[in-house]
Design a protein around this ligand. Sequence first.
Ligand SMILES: Nc1ncnc2c1ncn2[C@@H]1O[C@H](COP(=O)(O)OP(=O)(O)OP(=O)(O)O)[C@@H](O)[C@H]1O
Length: 246
Amino acid sequence: MVQNDKKKKKKREGSDAVITLDRVSKSYSSGSPALDNVSLTIKKGEFVFIVGDSGSGKSTLIKLLLRELTPTSGRVIVNGADVARLKRRQVPKFRRNLGIVFQDFRLLNDRNVYENVAFAQRVIQMPTKLMRKNVPNALAEVGLAGKYKAKTKQLSGGEQQRVALARALVNEPPILLADEPTGNLDPKNSWEIMKLLERINEERGTTILVVTHNREIVNEMKKRVITMKKGVVISDEEKGGYIDED
Ligand SMILES: Nc1ncnc2c1ncn2[C@@H]1O[C@H](COP(=O)(O)OP(=O)(O)OP(=O)(O)O)[C@@H](O)[C@H]1O
């Protein structure tokens, strides 16, 4: 595609859209679709909660954004890329757009804190000199500058999640996906992680999507809340809250 067409296309989609789902459906081999004709737009710099009962399609949505899955129909656009059209060899570079943290941290438990964060920089072949600046900066940002030598299994759950967050952010992705980031944490640590995410969103302008079942946090933070049910978006509210179905 020539540069001019690209620009026009971007304008049509809303130049500040960083994620667009355009009539996206995803069916697995059996049963009703996991996502059913979902359209939504997330703008650069937004902080969005994605909530919904188990089986409502949240993980499917995240997997489509990461190009772990491709849609059965419709388009998924992430940072200007039509995700399904990426060639296999383009996928690793595409994924640098997305930092990700998981409920179970997924750290390298035989390595220390520094090495866990440095790993992300090594993958993108960051020159050592820059890595030695970037890793301590990322650790300082999550309040773990002093723990860089600790083995991750010596850390509390909250600290482990902060290491995971530093690792997700060290390459400065425009988008951060957090899949149940507080699912294994107590309320105090959960709030610390959420406040960190909020600060990163405000200070760096990183677009943040948080999939969560944490009703208290969603209700207190007054962010945009997208609620899913059986594969469709049933509500999308600015400064929303957790919708009680029961
Ligand atoms: N690999 C798969 N093969 C077949 N069906 C699947 C697969 N993954 C998910 N599903 C189905 O798709 C639907 C949506 O699942 P999904 O995992 O996206 O929901 P979720 O909202 O993330 O749930 P949870 O909150 O439990 O993580 C469910 O009905 C689920 O059973």
